[in-house]
Design a protein around this ligand. Sequence first.
Ligand SMILES: O=C(O)C1=C[C@@H](OP(=O)(O)O)[C@@H](O)[C@H](O)C1
Ligand SMILES: C=C(OP(=O)(O)O)C(=O)O
Length: 672
Amino acid sequence: MFKIPFLDLPPLRSAGGTVRLPGSKSISNRVLLLAGLSEGTTHVHDLLDSDDTAVMLASLKELGCDLRTDTDGVLHVTGIGAQLRTADTKLFLGNAGTAMRPLTAALALLVATQGGQFELSGVPRMHERPIGDLVDALRGLGCQIECTGQEGYPPLKLTGPSALQLDQPVRVRGDVSSQFLTALLLALPLVAQDRPVVIEVVGELISRPYVFITLALLARFGIEVQQEGWQRFTIPAGSRYRSPGAVHVEGDASSASYFVALGAIAATGDPLRIEGVGHASLQGDVRFVEAAQAMGARVEQGPNWLEVRRGAWPLHGIDLDCNHIPDAAMTLAVMALYADSPTTLRNIASWRVKETDRIAAMATELQKLGAQVEEGPDWIRVHPLRDWQAASIHTYDDHRVAMCFSLTAFNGLVTPNAVSVRILDPQCVAKTFPDYFETLFEVVEAHAEDIPVITIDGPTASGKGTLADVAAHALGYVVLDSGSLYRACALAADREDIDLNDANAVAAIGANLNLSFKRGRVWLDEDDITDALRLEATGLMASQVAAHPAVRAALNQLQLNFRRLPGLVADGRDMGTAVFPDAALKVFLTASAATRAERRHKQLISKGISANIESLRQDLENRDARDKNRAASPLHPALDARMLDNSLQTIEESVELLLNWWAETRPFAAQR
Ligand SMILES: O=C(O)C1=C[C@@H](OP(=O)(O)O)[C@@H](O)[C@H](O)C1
Ligand SMILES: C=C(OP(=O)(O)O)C(=O)O
């Protein structure tokens, strides 16, 4: 996950390959609750691992469920068998509607029948998301629920025991969120042992496919709800949650929408294959595929996979009632930018009470890119965009805003003046898809020259590596420690007893280096060479082989391959002058020989290696002289490099300076 304040997406050009979807949020949290209320153990495969499931899991644990994950990632949930084991607990439910609403109903009924007190709260936005219709329905049954903040909204305090009246139908409104009905359906089996319980929906039920998921999963847990249209539901007498044993969670169909759209926009060669959902899916959001097809996508599908290619281009504008796909429909609003006529999405009033007011958020952010957008209480119209502006997209702590706006980075497919897009607070995707951006980068391509590079060159021990690591981390960029490639090449040649003065022999080794970088360690073939790379002796050998033009040429391509999305910070001696001459920011980092010797000395001492500061300084000066005077790519600043002498600076100060210089090169300054 990119835990950084913003993530810049350079212009993207094409997409293709295979994506394996994370588990469905709606299925995961329903299965967890049902397993938690059941007797016995449920083995849950492919559960979503995200913020929304984390709060449900933490709640189940608090309620006394036993949770165990085995080495294959299967979660074993042993439920409480509908018997409360804790009587007084506070639960924090983040911004997960699929946790807050169903847990409210289940715990309200459990405390009513068994006694106790529960307090349920969430993030500030959760306290603005309505729950009044559910609270009213539960109060109508006799549950004691107090809204401790504002009436109709969490936080809630549930107390009991209290007498329940179950002989009349439970009435609940269905036009604000289907999750209120879902919550009652999931929880009322707790009190349907002796008599059937009837639920009547008041008003038009929205987001119906989510209720379908609820009914299907209840059936898997042994509860066959009788349904009369979308108005009346009967939970039969004698209902009891029975664990089905193993449950497999399918991929998330709402998360699939971003990749379906990606295929429709940018899969001009190989298709984009999406694994985890298909025509056999339980989730209504698979019908996003039909909307994408209407806009021009070419889609093939199997029971649990989709393959998407670009069909019509530009896409076609559509006019669609989106009530059945409320979450995935946000993706259509971004696809609309690439269409040939306006797109109108209707019947989406619920967008206003989700993670943010999504109609307002989409309108505001699309307009920042230059789009013309109209909105009404329950609709939005987006016009095609051809004259794009670079924009910094505010994400409102809404995972779907972050994910669907990533698709705007393909603007170069409809305009000659492609622009970058900045996604603020990218880690908000943690709600349902923590690795969204990593997954995206695996299946999209940019022109190499569009991928931004920062180079940091300078003499040995000037702190390039640390500065590069910290800056790359702050920007979410890839790091290239080019020195380590030379060190690895020298080490590999030395291990094969090759004379380091034999330029061609060493170059042949360099061209075939099998290096990998994993979790901060460097591997040469099967060997972890991280520590060997740092030895002074290796450094000296590296300096020797780096003087051969043939070796530098052999390692050049290897270094260019590091120019990967979303950007690169490359440190070395000729990054700005020779390898990445088009880098957007070049820094030449220096420090006095005395300072560098002192730093190296400290470093060695801290590792328990004794060293003499004077001889270190002498070595450094000799090395500087050799690097400056070698024929191939001698060490000198690029003409357009910015000079940074960090002798008197802390790392934090150098990083801040570098990031300020970087900000000056970006087009987002006006919008923060
Ligand atoms: O029951 C569910 O799993 C959901 C129902 C929908 O909410 P509404 O019924 O409030 O539209 C949907 O937007 C949400 O992401 C998940
Ligand atoms: C509306 C959403 O979430 P929640 O389950 O919190 O309602 C969503 O994921 O788009």
